[in-house]
Design a protein around this ligand. Structure first.
Ligand code: HAM
Length: 417
């Protein structure tokens, strides 16, 4: 156990980490272009926040939360998703007093006790965006366009956008009734989990991946046929705006999402490059959450992207950038004076922003140069008594093999020019 990761978790380190840093930079840049600022909420919250918002009929709350009692006897949960924490912070910090809407993004770890498989972990990373303070379908279109922009900037193709509307309470009550009536006729053929969903939240049945349920779901009534006039108008306007942006979508009445807080718009970006876990991005509108959590009544929408899934797609399609050659100069040394000069020079060059390295192991000069080659230094040099006496050294370009003479106090200038 001492040297084994907990199931469903991963270490991320070089060279893979460079891909993650590149990805995060793109996420931050695109978020900035869309006017979103970063928010960092705690990795754990009071359990009731998730129970209330994500909902007690969701798989997340029922089966997947990492919940524990802290030493003060409070029930604490590691965040299974990012939206509820952002909503809590929005209310607690009275962000509603600022000009609306508030657009915030996050890159965070999430925790769900799920059965690990490709693209599904127990600890995973999400990028998310939350726009709070507007009921307009233009906000739905804006977050969707942000999702599309991110996927494009990453060079990800073979992704389709699926959109749906599950309406507000009134539409949903009508649809629940129709769906329940339909499911009642097929009740005996539902899987055991769906029999329970039938009682608690029949919408969840539409999400079931069990083949026998899928057949039943395929013939189920469509939520879109039960939308009220206002909900239908919202959905039509969203489609109109997406059309005007030139963003292609599929209206998919089976998209209902696995969290209870959604109202009206729900959407997913689905990749053809992943196996069973093909949803790279999921989101929608949650117009009740801010009010029901204790804040003012305010509309909101957002989405989250699973970053492990993004990395899987990028890897599969060779879209990850080459790891950056991080080292600029290796300063080898012979003898004590050369050793001391190499340490001082590395320190001085690093201070000027040059990625320099020197021997801190006590290797022979031959081993030093071998090491310099292995870590991919662009240039190398060796300092010995002669170099110190002449204040000059041979600077070798490791790619071309070319060597130039350089004065020791001109090295910084050479790299900074
Ligand atoms: P979600 O669909 O539960 O939505 O998760 C969003 C994305 O996180 C999924 O599409 C998937 O890519 C990734 N994901 C989920 N579970 C795992 C897992 N176990 N391992 C790896 N990746 C995973 C939400 O979390 C909502 N908070 C999204 C949202 C924001 N809606 C409105 N605002």
């Amino acid at each position: 156990m001492l040297t084994q990761l907990p199931r469903g978790t991963k270490d991320i380190y070089a060279p893979e980490i460079y891909g993650w840093q590149w990805l995060e930079e793109i996420l931050r840049n695109v978020s900035h272009i869309y006017g979103a600022s970063e928010i960092r909420t705690p990795i754990f919250e009071h359990t009731e926040l998730f129970v209330k918002n994500v909902g007690d009929t969701s798989d997340i709350v029922n089966k997947e939360m990492y919940t524990f009692e802290d030493k003060g006897g409070r029930s604490i949960t590691l965040k299974p998703e990012g939206t509820a924490g952002v909503a809590r912070s929005f209310i607690e910090n009275k962000m509603y007093a600022n000009p609306q809407p508030i657009k915030q993004y996050y890159i965070t770890k999430c925790f769900r006790y799920e059965k690990p498989q490709a693209g599904r972990q127990r600890e995973f990373n999400q990028y998310g965006i939350e726009v709070i303070g507007t009921y307009s379908p233009a906000a739905d279109a804006e977050v969707i366009s942000l999702g599309k922009e991110i996927l494009e900037k990453l060079g990800i193709e073979n992704v389709t956008l699926h959109i749906n509307s599950i309406g507000n309470e009134e539409s949903r009550a009508l649809y629940h009734k129709a769906l329940k009536d339909y499911l009642a006729e097929n009740y005996d053929n539902l899987c055991p989990a769906c029999k329970e969903r039938y009682e608690k939240n029949p919408l969840r049945v539409l999400d079931c991946k069990v083949p026998s349920c899928k057949d039943i779901v395929d013939a189920a009534p469509s939520v879109i046929d039960y939308l009220t006039e206002e909900d239908r108008e919202h959905f039509n306007k969203l489609k109109e705006i997406l059309d005007s942006m030139g963003i292609a979508y599929i209206v998919d009445p089976r998209i209902v999402r696995g969290l209870d807080y959604y109202t009206r718009t729900v959407f997913e970006f689905i990749s053809g490059d992943l196996g069973a876990q093909s949803t790279v991005c999921g989101g929608g509108r949650y117009d009740k959450m801010i009010g029901e959590t204790g804040g003012p009544e305010l509309g909101a929408c957002g989405f989250a992207i699973g970053l492990e899934r993004i990395m899987m797609i990028l890897e599969k399609n060779n879209k990850l950038p080459e790891p950056k050659n991080k080292r600029t100069l290796y300063i080898g040394s012979i003898g004590e004076a050369g050793f001391l000069k190499s340490q001082a020079l590395a320190y001085a060059l690093r201070n000027k922003g040059i990625a320099a390295d020197c021997d801190i192991v006590g290797r022979s000069v031959k081993a030093q140069l071998k090491y310099s080659d292995k870590i991919g230094s662009k240039y190398s040099m060796v300092l010995g008594d002669d170099e110190l006496k002449n204040n000059k050294a041979g600077l070798k370009n490791m790619e071309t093999g070319e060597v130039i003479e350089i004065e020791l106090d001109k090295i910084a200038e050479f790299f900074l020019k």
